[in-house]
Design a protein around this ligand. Structure first.
Ligand SMILES: NC(=O)c1ccc[n+]([C@@H]2O[C@H](COP(=O)([O-])OP(=O)(O)OC[C@H]3O[C@@H](n4cnc5c(N)ncnc54)[C@H](OP(=O)(O)O)[C@@H]3O)[C@@H](O)[C@H]2O)c1
Length: 254
């Protein structure tokens, strides 16, 4: 696929450049600074991609980038959610602009774009309930408004999926193609995979919060694993994750 990668200079974005090339996609990197990207990836990789400079807060620029390069898919990793419930990050503004740009481009090309967005585990549901994990541990709340925006879209305007990882760490500082193999991720829609529930959940008020905290540490994954997951899904074409929030876990922690 021809993929517009928004936020290619970020931690996940850099690994996605490598993973997308490894899966034979054509990469169009959308970044604020082409020079910064060139400094961050090896010359042999930079030569294989095309680069568009612009702000992810500019929905027209995103629409133009998609249509000019004739992209079939988009991955947005730009913007970071604020952790504290009272803090403000730039993610909601970026997310809204990207959604608008992708939707408008889809309307113009008369085919919705396959698009991966990023959120965090906080918007997954506590298994067996309709409540989000952030109802119990109220952090990264900006992801909730982004998910509401996706749910409010008219049908067939964006073929979206929302990846909801817990903390992602680098397995290597080096960006290489083919991307270095790591153990794979196991995934599930709507809820975290392999959740361990406990009788503790029945303790009034605090029970489910404690179970969330007990589970949290096993959901750490690597940036490379998440990049590989998205790149492989786009290569497969038809996706089981369309219209879904997606929780992930390192297979070795299942
Ligand atoms: N890292 C984690 O552990 C983790 C866990 C769960 C979810 N997430 C989510 O995953 C996503 C990616 O995380 P990350 O660690 O890769 O973030 P990151 O390293 O901070 O990267 C953010 C990227 O956004 C770009 N950006 C910011 N404002 C922009 C704008 N106006 N126009 C274009 N690009 C802009 C930055 O570009 P510049 O280089 O120009 O600044 C950078 O490439 C985030 O949404 C984060 O909330 C991360």
């Amino acid at each position: 696929m021809k993929v517009l990668l928004i936020g290619a200079t970020g931690n996940l974005g850099l690994r996605l450049v490598a993973a997308l090339l490894t899966h034979n996609h054509t990469v169009v990197a959308f970044v604020r600074s082409a020079q910064k990207l060139q400094n961050l990836v090896p010359e042999s990789i930079y030569r294989q991609i095309s680069v568009v400079q612009g702000s992810a807060k500019d929905s027209d620029a995103i629409k133009r980038a998609i249509l000019d390069a004739n992209c079939d898919a988009v991955v947005n990793t730009a913007g970071v959610a604020a952790m504290a419930p009272w803090a403000k990050g730039d993610l909601p503004e970026i997310f809204k602009a990207v959604v608008e740009g992708v939707k408008d481009a889809g309307e113009e090309r008369k085919k919705p774009l396959r698009t991966w967005f990023l959120a965090g585990q906080s918007v997954l549901c506590y298994p067996g309930t309709q409540s989000m994990l952030s109802d119990f541990i109220p952090i990264f709340l900006e992801h909730r408004q982004n998910l509401s925006l996706l749910h409010s879209l008219p049908p067939n305007s964006i073929d979206w999926s929302l990846l909801c990882p817990n903390t992602m760490i680098p397995s290597s500082a080096t960006i290489t193609v083919p991307a270095s193999p790591t153990s794979k991720l196991s995934a599930s829609a709507t809820v975290p995979p392999s959740w361990k529930d406990s009788w503790v959940r029945h303790v009034p008020l605090l029970g489910r919060r404690v179970v969330c905290a007990m589970n949290a540490s096993k959901y750490k994954t690597t940036l490379e694993q998440n990049a590989e997951f998205i790149a492989a899904d786009l290569e497969a074409g038809q996706s089981q994750w369309s219209g879904k929030t997606v929780g992930v876990i390192d297979e070795s922690n299942v």
